[in-house]
Write a protein that binds this ligand. Structure first.
Ligand SMILES: [Zn+2]
Length: 340
C-alpha cells in the first residue's frame, strides 16, 4: 500500500513539473508596437519605458496596449487578447472618447477683510477678471489637455461674484477664501456638479493687502470635503498691470493653475481610486516631491510626467508612477462624489 502511494506521488510530481515547463514556454509572447506618430508605450495603463517602435514580451491574455502620440498629444489605445506573437499598429482611429471634466471658474470682484492695517477691500475690474479667466483657459489648452494626452476634455463655466465677500475670521492670519464663502453664494457648487472650482481674487489693492505666504491654495481631499469637489483659490498679485503680471507667469512660472488642481487629485483622490502615485515630499505633499524625483523649477516636466504616469520610481527598478491616461479615462471627481 505504502509503495503504491509513493509511486503515485512521483508520477504526480512528474506531471506537475512537466506542466510548469510547458507553461513557461507559452505564457508570454512577443508584441511589436508601432504607431502612426511616435510615442511612449503603455501596457495595461502602466508606462513600459519603451517608445515606438518597440518589441517586448507580454503575458498571454487580455491587455490594453496604448501609445501617447507626442506630436498631436493624442492617446491611442486598443484592447486585445494576446495568444501568439503579435504586431500592433496604432493610428488616429484608436483615439478614445475623452472623459469630460467640469470646472467652474469663479471671478471674485471684491473681497473685504481685516488686513494687518485694518478693515479694507481689494477689487478686480471686469477687464481684470477677463484677463484672469483667459490665463486659466490658456492653462487648460496648454497644460491640462496636452498633459493628459486629451483623455480629459474640460468643460469650463464661468461665474463672476459681484457681492463683496468677507474673509472669514478664522482664516484671517493667512487671508483666504474658504469653500463655505463660495457655496453660500453659489448653491450650484454641490457634490456631483463640478470636478473642480477655481476661485480668482485680488491679493492687494492700493494700501489694502491680504498677502501671506502663498497665493495659490488647494484642498487636497475633495471626496472627504463637504462639497466633494476640488477647491482651488488663486489670490493674484495683479500689481499695476494684471496683463504684465500674467505674462510674467506665462514666461517664468506657468504652472500655477495646474499645480493647484493637481493637489486636489494627486494627494488622495487617484490613490483612493487605486492608482500608484509618487511618494510624498518632505512637507507631506505628493505634488511637492518634484525635487526628490530630480525635477527642476518651474516643474513643468514634473506636472507632465505626473499626469501621464511617467515619473520614474526612486530606486533601481525600471518602473514608473503617476496618474496616467487610463486613469483619466476611468474616473472623475464628479462621478466618485455621486457613487459614494
Ligand atoms: Zn503646492
Amino acid at each position: 500500500m505504502k509503495k503504491i502511494t509513493v509511486l503515485f506521488l512521483a508520477i504526480a510530481f512528474g506531471i506537475m513539473a512537466c506542466d510548469t515547463n510547458t507553461d513557461k514556454q507559452t505564457s508570454s509572447h512577443l508584441l511589436k508596437v508601432t504607431a502612426e506618430e511616435q510615442g511612449h508605450i503603455y501596457l495595461d495603463g502602466q508606462y513600459t519605458g519603451y517608445t515606438t517602435p518597440a518589441k517586448f514580451k507580454v503575458s498571454k491574455g487580455e491587455h490594453v496596449i496604448s501609445v501617447t502620440a507626442e506630436a498631436s498629444k493624442q492617446y491611442l489605445r486598443q484592447e486585445l487578447t494576446i495568444s501568439e506573437d503579435t504586431e500592433l499598429h496604432l493610428t488616429m482611429q484608436d483615439v478614445p472618447e475623452p472623459k469630460v471634466w467640469k470646472a467652474l471658474w469663479v471671478g471674485v470682484q471684491e473681497v473685504t477683510g481685516n488686513s494687518v492695517d485694518g478693515q479694507c477691500s481689494s477689487s478686480f475690474s471686469q477687464e481684470e477678471l477677463d484677463a484672469g479667466f483667459d490665463f486659466f483657459q490658456w492653462s487648460i489648452d496648454n497644460q491640462f489637455h496636452p498633459f493628459s494626452y486629451n483623455t480629459t476634455k474640460w468643460e469650463v463655466e464661468r461665474v463672476d461674484i459681484t457681492t463683496p465677500i468677507e474673509l472669514h475670521k478664522a482664516s484671517n492670519t493667512w487671508f483666504t477664501l474658504e469653500p463655505e464663502s463660495i457655496t453660500e453664494l453659489l448653491p450650484e457648487v454641490k457634490p456631483g456638479n463640478y470636478d473642480a472650482v477655481f476661485v480668482f481674487w485680488r491679493e492687494s489693492d492700493g494700501d489694502c493687502s491680504f498677502k501671506s505666504s502663498y497665493f495659490g491654495l488647494a484642498w487636497t481631499d475633495p471626496i472627504n470635503d463637504p462639497i466633494k469637489t476640488g477647491y482651488i483659490t488663486i489670490k493674484f498679485d495683479a500689481g499695476d498691470d494684471i496683463n504684465k503680471n500674467i505674462n510674467w507667469y506665462k514666461e517664468n512660472d506657468p504652472g500655477v493653475w495646474v499645480h493647484e488642481w493637481l493637489h486636489t487629485v494627486g494627494e488622495n483622490y487617484f490613490q483612493d481610486c487605486g492608482e500608484r502615485l509618487p511618494e510624498k515630499g518632505g512637507d507631506g505633499l505628493v505634488l511637492h516631491a518634484a525635487e526628490k524625483y530630480k525635477y527642476t523649477y518651474p516643474w513643468m516636466d514634473w506636472y507632465a510626467d505626473f499626469m501621464s504616469g511617467r515619473v520614474k520610481d526612486l530606486g533601481a527598478g525600471n518602473t514608473y508612477c503617476g496618474i496616467g491616461p487610463e486613469a483619466f479615462l476611468k474616473y472623475t471627481v464628479r462621478e466618485s462624489a455621486l457613487s459614494q
